[in-house]
Design a protein around this ligand. Structure first.
Ligand SMILES: [Fe+2]
Ligand SMILES: [Fe+2]
Length: 505
């Protein structure tokens, strides 16, 4: 465990340099000496040091300049000043500039070593503290990421936490557009007070492009930042990699703060960047998959409507209203997705119903009706092998069940009818009444609303029926223009046709 401490000693008197060299000749110290400021600067620029011990007056030069330069180049360096006759003003000045302590010449070996060890101890604690903070920030982000699957929420957490924990002024995620090859800003937080000028974004774009081309993270500090905006003090750009390909960058900017980012922070950023990449990639894959499935099921649903031409638009209307009603009932977002899928597919089983029954321009015979009643179960048989579509099954199977137990295929009663079926039966019936059928014309919206009212707590779940009527009253159940026009044009005020048969569709 022989940790070495690198110390630069600056003094114009050779005797002082020799004396200190002999005092600190043993392990764990490794010494560099300089007899003027220029020499000290060169060492500070070329080597990483733990400590600088400088005379306050280096000949005609000032030790304060060495102190300033040391802090500018190596912010975590411990600085100790040596002085012959300390004045209060001098001491206050150097301490304000970040010096750790001072020793008064002549000093003993004990005093010098005690001051050095106490400075190194402070530095160690400071480093440990930074390390702990980095660990903690990582832990916080990991926990937050596990608590939600919403990508914009996750990105928000990553950026907000990064801002706070890394004491950055701006945090942003830019993604590479595959077609144009350009960086697109996906999310950003903590835009600083001063005007984010175009030059800042140009700079960010330029530096990030460099990072993307090399697929390596980079820290840009004021020293190597030759950008147009002097307000950017330090900048970390970390590539986001998915399957070895760069998909974007995670950027942190410090503007007004003095300290540049450290390479340790860049490493911590690396872990966050890799988590963010995984989430972004998974989300993209999931969205692509979901879109593919949705287009497949919509195609399937359209295939039925192509045959069942009297009910064109039925699936689209029912799906829209089912989502509205589910939202009115405060169903969670994830469940709403299932409602959308389930309602699009609810009549898929009609694929198995012969044309002459599906499009019969008169009421069905008892025997034909029995065949028609098999469509929920046919639908389940079509879909049940596809894991992704499993959540749609209750909507398909139970959409003709009734709360009063008079539905089909199972004739379930009351609460035994799954919620999905209770929801569907309201919107499905509402559309059945308001659209034309092979055996009758539509009955209009007033009749449909009355039907829901009259059957609240009977055919329909009371709470759901009330929510639907409220939504209707609030204008949230959008009427289909075509159906509405038909209502106006052809059957304004007409009656007749048994309502019971509306449960056929
Ligand atoms: Fe149906
Ligand atoms: Fe239907």
């Amino acid at each position: 465990m022989s940790e070495k401490f690198k110390i630069l000693v600056v003094d114009d008197e050779k005797s002082v340099l020799d004396l200190i060299s002999s005092m600190l000749s043993e392990e764990p110290f490794s010494l560099e000496v300089a007899s003027n400021a220029a020499q000290a600067f060169r060492i500070l620029e070329s080597q990483s040091l733990n400590m600088v011990i400088t005379d306050l007056m280096i000949g005609k030069e000032s030790g304060v300049d060495v102190l300033k330069k040391a802090k500018e180049l190596q912010p975590n360096i411990v600085a100790i000043l040596m002085t012959g006759q300390p004045s209060i003003e001098n001491v206050v000045t150097v301490l304000k500039l970040g010096a750790f302590d001072y020793v008064v010449k002549p000093f003993t070996e004990e005093i010098l070593k005690a001051t050095i060890y106490s400075g190194l101890q402070k530095q160690k604690l400071f480093r440990e503290n930074i390390h702990l903070k980095e660990q903690l920030s990582l832990y916080k982000i990991s926990t937050a990421m596990g608590s939600t699957s919403d990508v914009s929420q996750i990105l928000d957490m990553v950026l907000t936490t990064a801002l706070r924990e890394f004491e950055a002024d701006t945090a942003s995620i830019l993604l590479l557009d595959e077609k144009s090859g350009k960086l697109i800003l996906k999310a950003s937080r903590g835009i600083p007070d001063y005007n984010i000028t175009k030059s800042l974004w140009d700079l960010e774009d330029k530096l990030s492009t460099m990072v993307i081309n090399e697929a390596q993270p980079k820290i840009f500090n004021q020293k190597n930042l030759k950008g147009p905006d002097k307000k950017i003090n330090s900048f970390i750009s970390h590539p986001l990699l998915a399957k070895g390909k760069v998909i974007g960058v995670l950027n942190l900017i410090r503007s007004e703060k003095l300290n540049p980012f450290s390479s340790g922070q860049m490493q911590t950023m690396g872990i966050i960047a890799s988590k963010a990449s995984t989430i972004l990639e998974n989300t993209k894959l999931y969205e692509e998959l979901e879109n593919t499935y949705l287009s497949v099921i919509t195609t399937l649903a359209n295939a039925i409507e192509a045959r069942d031409f009297y009910t064109a638009g039925h699936t689209e209307r029912v799906s829209r209203w089912a989502v509205t009603l589910a939202k009115k009932l405060n169903w969670p977002e994830l469940k709403i997705k299932e409602v959308r899928m389930g309602s699009i597919l609810h009549d898929i089983g009609k694929i198995g119903i012969p044309d002459h029954i599906l499009n019969k321009p008169a009421s069905l015979t008892k025997q034909e009706f029995e065949i028609m009643k098999t469509h929920p179960e046919i639908g389940v048989r079509i879909l049940q092998g596809i894991t992704f579509l499993t959540p749609a099954l209750p909507y398909v199977l139970y959409h003709h069940e009734r709360y009063d137990g008079k539905g089909y295929p199972k004739g379930l009663l009351g609460e035994n009818v799954p919620l999905e079926g209770r929801l569907m039966s309201i919107v499905d019936t509402f559309d059945a009444i308001t659209s034309d059928r092979p055996y009758r014309k539509n009955l209009g919206y007033d009749k449909a609303v009355q039907e829901i009212k009259d059957n609240t707590g009977k055919q329909f779940d009371a709470e759901m029926a009330k929510a639907f009527l409220e939504a209707w009253k609030a204008g949230e159940i959008e009427q289909s223009p075509s159906a509405f026009e038909k209502t106006q044009r052809i059957f304004a005020g007409m009656t007749e046709s048994p309502i019971g048969s509306t449960s056929l569709k």
